[in-house]
Design a protein around this ligand. Structure first.
Ligand SMILES: *Cc1c(COP(=O)(O)O)cnc(C)c1O
Length: 413
């Protein structure tokens, strides 16, 4: 019989009762070092006193009023995002997929409102992940996710990442814009090169296209700047973000220039929960920390430390690990460890060592800890990964039995 909670996920048989910083605790007292951060979302870690207080205080005052009224918390959060980015205006929603849907709508609407109603097509990239709504499934383009859900939504085409010729070949009279993750997360931490992002900007300018960055995962401080595209010094037209922006509270945002945002006039787009007082109180509390003196620089420093630790791991165990995946100049706290064993095995072995990491495509283990991790947390994670490597069976070897999820849960402490 089907479980009351619909079984759309392969969950580990593990439940956490509480957390503190980068650590999560089960009811029976086992503790785990969380280098997955609920998929790059618990940006301030667990139980961060400032975030907890902001949410509790706002919840006690008023949680939700709808967008029929002014929401000062949303006005303040939008103003702060504008002040710290390329954007002139911000729309709040509830998830990454919803932010991307809005980004695509904005791009199409801006084209239509400036005399180019025929321009509806968005160029996307192989290996992309933009979410699970019907349209974003098509933007993602992964046949595995599309299977059984009917006709794909039209208007999205895919070209290889970091290949300008392929992009230029794909541009036609119906092209409206380009949507790209500066660093692809789900497909295994594949970064667009700085050069490629600059070339995309130039191509968009040449053909009158709009450039949209999906920074749902790479944004909100993950690379040590508020947004990953800032490392390339490229000015986008629209950016979507979500995951880390609420520190675990559901919140998404679309940031846009006035030239684009002005076309999304009153009544043209909306969402009931989007930008409510509670969500924006969480967003403001997260931003308080991210924008505090030296915080983002700290993410850069700890990212570099983590990269050195992971590089050392690859050198020590080339039989288990192939390489470290990260942005070319800014590894930050979004790194991947490409494994020579199936990633599920490596993930299970890490769990057995009390380390939470997230699997990604291409047999890559995603290392995406809370942004508040300490140097000691990073060293501890690397030490646990080294011990996890002892548990897996390198390809072709017949040493230790392969780790499974079941025996790793039994072993964790
Ligand atoms: C997670 C993710 C999404 C989807 O976000 P949801 O909140 O799950 O809808 C979209 N784009 C990227 C780059 C992501 O990492």
């Amino acid at each position: 019989m089907i479980a009351p909670l619909m079984p759309t996920y392969n969950r580990a048989d593990l439940a956490f009762e509480r957390g503190e910083g980068a650590w999560l605790y089960t009811a029976d007292g086992r503790r785990f070092l969380d280098f997955g951060a609920g998929i790059a979302t618990s940006s301030l870690g667990h139980g961060h006193p400032h975030l907890v207080a902001a949410i509790a205080e706002q919840a006690a005052r008023v949680m939700h009023v709808s967008n029929l009224y002014r929401v000062p918390q949303a006005e303040r959060l939008a103003a702060r995002l504008v002040e710290n980015s390329f954007a002139d205006s911000v729309f709040f929603c509830n998830s990454g997929a919803e932010a991307n849907e809005g980004m695509v709508k904005m791009i199409r609407r801006a084209q239509a409102s400036t005399g180019h109603g025929e321009r509806t097509e968005i160029i996307c990239f192989d290996g992309a992940f933009h979410g699970r709504t019907l349209a974003m499934l098509s933007a993602t383009g992964n046949v595995k996710y599309l299977s059984g859900f009917g006709e794909p939504v039209s208007g999205f085409r895919h070209v290889p990442l970091n290949n300008l010729n392929a992009v230029r070949d794909a541009i036609g009279p119906r092209t409206a814009g380009i949507m790209i993750e500066p660093i692809q997360g789900e497909s295994g931490v594949n970064a667009a090169t700085i050069r490629f992002l600059r070339e995309l900007r130039a191509a968009c300018d040449e053909f009158g296209l709009l450039l949209g960055f999906d920074e749902v995962q790479s944004g909100m401080g993950r690379t040590g700047k508020l947004f990953a595209h800032q490392w390339a010094d490229v000015r986008p037209d629209v950016v979507s973000t979500a995951k880390g922006i609420g520190g675990g509270f559901p919140l998404g945002a679309i940031l846009a220039t006035e030239a684009v945002a002005q076309h999304l006039t009153a009544g043209s787009h909306g969402t009931t929960f989007g930008g409510n007082p509670l969500a924006c109180a969480a967003g403001n509390a997260v931003l308080d920390v991210l924008l505090s003196d030296g915080f983002l620089e700290g993410v850069q420093t700890r990212g570099a430390l983590l990269k050195r630790e992971l590089d050392a791991l690859v050198r020590a165990r080339p039989d288990v690990f192939e390489s470290v995946r990260a942005h070319e100049t800014a590894p930050g706290l979004m790194q991947g460890l490409r494994c020579r064993v199936p990633v599920a095995e490596m993930q299970a072995a890490s769990l057995a060592e009390g380390l939470l990491v997230v699997g990604a495509g291409d047999d890559v283990l995603r290392i995406i800890p809370p942004l508040v991790v300490t140097d000691a947390d990073c060293r501890e994670a690397a030490a646990r990964l080294a011990r996890a490597a002892e548990r897996v069976r390198p390809q072709g070897a017949d040493a230790a039995p392969a780790a499974t999820l079941a025996n790793s849960l039994a072993a964790a402490s």
